[in-house]
Ligand binder design. Structure first.
Ligand SMILES: [Zn+2]
Ligand SMILES: [Zn+2]
Length: 193
């Protein structure tokens, strides 16, 4: 009889159970219901061959060649109580490509970043990056500009040249040239005094 094979989500090769030692060693993960009639290993293999399987795992060869990194489910934020079963832990990480929701550029969500997201920052396992790194940077900069602006303006218009010039600069960066001009004029007036 031919041995049953499983398609590795990382290298896409069909592999036999004997090349699943590393991910199998992570089983059972906390919260997973036990199947009374099967061993942990059997239950895991049955799960991987189920059409409903949505585990992210990798074969031993992918882990050995560092194409994939073994995950640590204990450090992740997941639950099996979710009725849609979308919050299952990662068993391995490998680079994935997403499309940016803002500029539509493809970007790589690397295995190292994934480990950082799910195990260090403990983002819930179904959260995914929606923006490419340069859009993320721009969004962050925009947020910082807005925060700085509201700090500078919290007591009304400042009576200080540096602060007025900084406000003008921020308005320029935000594309509000009229406001920028008004603050630059106010700064110049103050300088002349
Ligand atoms: Zn593989
Ligand atoms: Zn983008």
């Amino acid at each position: 009889m031919k041995a049953k094979t499983y398609q590795c989500p990382c290298c896409k090769a069909r592999i036999e159970a004997k090349l699943l030692k590393k991910v199998s060693s992570l089983m059972p993960v906390d919260g997973l219901a036990k199947t009374p009639s099967m061993s942990i290993q059997e239950a895991f293999l049955a799960m991987l061959s189920s059409p409903l399987n949505s585990y992210q795992w990798a074969c031993d060869e992918c882990v050995q060649s560092k194409k994939a990194t073994l995950a640590n489910p204990k450090k992740q934020f997941y639950t099996f109580k979710n009725p849609w079963d979308t919050a299952i832990p990662y068993l391995a990480y490998f680079d994935k490509t997403f499309s940016c929701q803002q500029c539509s550029t493809d970007f790589v969500f690397s295995k190292e970043e994934q480990k950082h997201w799910y195990e260090k920052l403990q983002f819930v396992v179904y959260s995914k990056p929606i923006h490419c790194p340069s859009c993320r940077k721009e969004i962050r900069a925009q947020k910082n500009r807005n925060t700085e602006l509201s700090t500078l303006l919290k007591d009304g218009q400042p009576n200080n040249v540096d602060q007025l010039e900084r406000i003008a600069e921020i308005y320029d960066e935000l594309g509000k040239t009229e406001k920028a001009k008004a603050y630059r004029n106010a700064a110049n007036k103050l300088k002349k005094k």
